[in-house]
Design a protein around this ligand. Structure first.
Ligand SMILES: Nc1ncnc2c1ncn2[C@@H]1O[C@H](COP(=O)(O)OP(=O)(O)O)[C@@H](O)[C@H]1O
Ligand SMILES: [Mg+2]
Length: 212
């Protein structure tokens, strides 16, 4: 349970993720995960649903490699997660939570940080997928600067922006941890439809404290 886990040098081949007999504790006393088995296929949507505090975000912490389990195996395409290079793993994985950070930059520059070569057309297509295109068009366009405390954009709009940014990054595996928790019903329906379409060719892990 080192705070700064070590990584290896291998590259990702397959994208099926497996947790096998995983036991994890933050403090070495109380097990937050105990003998957990999970399989996330290369393609398709997998939901993790459970009450607040049951360990869902802890699974995300393990998937992103922020923490290593004390027991059990985490493999990606059959390779131990800790043997992968962190850089290579992050080139395949995108994790979005309810409080994903938005930089104090223009909307366009936030997208460019996720994908250097992104075009305005791609940005607008992604904004449309999260039901945010109209708001951005009518409120400063892609040059709109998101202020530090994001008080020129609502919490739900910020979450939608974070989702759109993740979508242009074009990864193979997406983890959405309560990523639509603050989002209005209409936008959530649009987003879920698009996430479902994405899951036809990618691995999508959706985490929620309630069944949608
Ligand atoms: N970074 C952390 N350090 C110590 N304990 C933590 C940490 N993150 C979560 N926990 C504890 O682990 C348990 C599971 O939390 P979490 O995985 O965030 O649950 P969920 O996402 O299902 O609400 C909770 O009891 C929580 O207090
Ligand atoms: Mg959580």
């Amino acid at each position: 349970n080192a705070p700064d886990p070590e990584w290896g040098t291998e590259n990702v081949d397959g994208k099926e993720i497996k947790l096998e007999n995983v036991t994890f504790s933050y403090d070495g006393k109380r097990d937050v995960l105990k003998n957990v088995d999970m399989t996330f296929p290369e393609k398709g949507m997998t939901a993790i649903v459970g009450e607040s505090g049951c360990g869902k975000s802890t699974v995300v912490n393990i998937l992103v490699g922020a923490f290593r389990p004390q027991k059990g195996d985490v493999t990606v395409g059959g390779k131990q997660l800790e043997k992968l290079s962190r850089e290579n793993w992050y080139s395949h994985l995108s994790a979005v939570s309810y409080n994903t950070y938005i930089f104090n930059e223009s909307v366009r520059d936030n997208f460019k940080m996720a994908k250097e070569s992104v075009t305005d057309e791609e940005i607008y297509a992604a904004l449309e997928k999260v039901n945010l295109k109209e708001f951005i068009e009518e409120n400063g366009g892609l040059d709109k600067v998101i202020t530090e405390d994001a008080n020129n954009i609502s919490g739900g709009q910020k979450q939608r922006l974070a989702l759109a940014i993740a979508l242009v990054s074009d990864k193979d595996i997406y983890v959405f941890d309560e990523a639509t928790s603050n989002i209005d019903i209409d936008s959530e329906a649009v987003i879920m439809k698009n996430i479902k379409a994405i899951s036809e060719s990618k691995s999508v892990i959706v985490i929620s404290h309630r069944l949608a």
